[in-house]
Design a protein around this ligand. Structure first.
Ligand SMILES: Nc1ncnc2c1ncn2[C@@H]1O[C@H](COP(=O)(O)OP(=O)(O)OP(=O)(O)O)[C@@H](O)[C@H]1O
Length: 229
């Protein structure tokens, strides 16, 4: 589903590479934790998958396509296949829960009848049935993250990227969010999650890829968080 071949990314004006000769493969349906100290290259990895950053050397393949060679007009189509969830939720504050999720489908031109069917289904999947008319500021942090996950998943993307999704949540709420990401993963969606949350990684026992200074220093199936801050 995702393949990196000798990928190096050096940002303009930087002498050190943010990612340095990284090669790896993530299969369809895998759940992968990306761990490593601040600045180790996790976000750069995720940005390369979304083609928000371009490799300086090497090749990034998503679903069999080398995405650096994708024509510019095809990039929105690529990103439509990849749901994204962030630490800070990024909901539209002036739209209801239902509108936030529906908006993701409106902007890609889905018909109203389809939207009216799948938005309530997705809100139920994430455990927000009955809360569709709330505004984001009327929800707890955990509920807001569920809205963000519903929005990321409503189009049934092949990949879900989560960058520190539990970073603003307490441990109990985080467990609920992880159960939800696990459920989404079990529908066949490949999940890649960057995190500093040792408790979560140790509990889930999924594949763990550790970055340090832009290098992969560990790639372990059913792994643990494993390094100290
Ligand atoms: N736009 C940019 N321009 C220049 N350097 C950058 C840019 N983005 C990231 N870097 C550098 O690249 C390296 C890797 O950063 P990256 O954001 O990928 O790390 P990270 O592992 O995601 O960190 P964190 O856990 O703090 O989010 C760092 O040295 C960072 O300073």
């Amino acid at each position: 589903m995702i393949r990196f071949e000798n990928v190096t990314k050096t940002y303009a004006g930087q002498s050190r590479a943010a990612l340095d000769d990284v090669s790896l493969e993530v299969e369809k349906g895998e759940f992968v934790f990306l761990v490593g100290a601040s600045g180790s290259g996790k976000s750069t990895f995720l940005r390369l998958v979304l083609r928000e950053a371009r490799p300086t050397h090497g090749k990034v393949y998503v679903a069999g396509k080398e995405i650096n060679r994708l024509a510019g007009w095809k990039v929105p189509g690529l990103r439509r296949q990849i749901g994204t969830v962030f630490q800070d939720f990024r909901l539209l504050p002036n739209k209801t829960v239902t509108e936030n999720v529906a908006f993701a489908l409106q902007v890609i031109g889905k018909p109203r009848s389809h939207i009216n069917k799948v938005v309530p289904e997705t809100l139920e999947l994430v455990g927000l049935e009955g809360k569709g008319n709330r505004m984001p500021d009327e929800l707890s942090g955990g509920e807001q993250q569920r809205v963000a996950i519903a929005r990321a998943f409503v189009n049934r993307p092949m990949i879900l990227i989560a960058d520190e999704p539990t970073g603003n949540l307490d441990p109990n709420t985080s467990v609920g969010i992880m159960k939800l990401l696990d459920r989404i993963n079990r529908t066949g969606t490949t999940v890649i999650m960057a995190t500093h949350d040792a408790g979560i990684v140790d509990q889930m026992r999924k594949r763990v890829i550790e970055l340090s200074g832009g290098h992969i220093v560990r790639d372990q199936s059913r792994g643990v968080y494993g390094y100290q801050h």
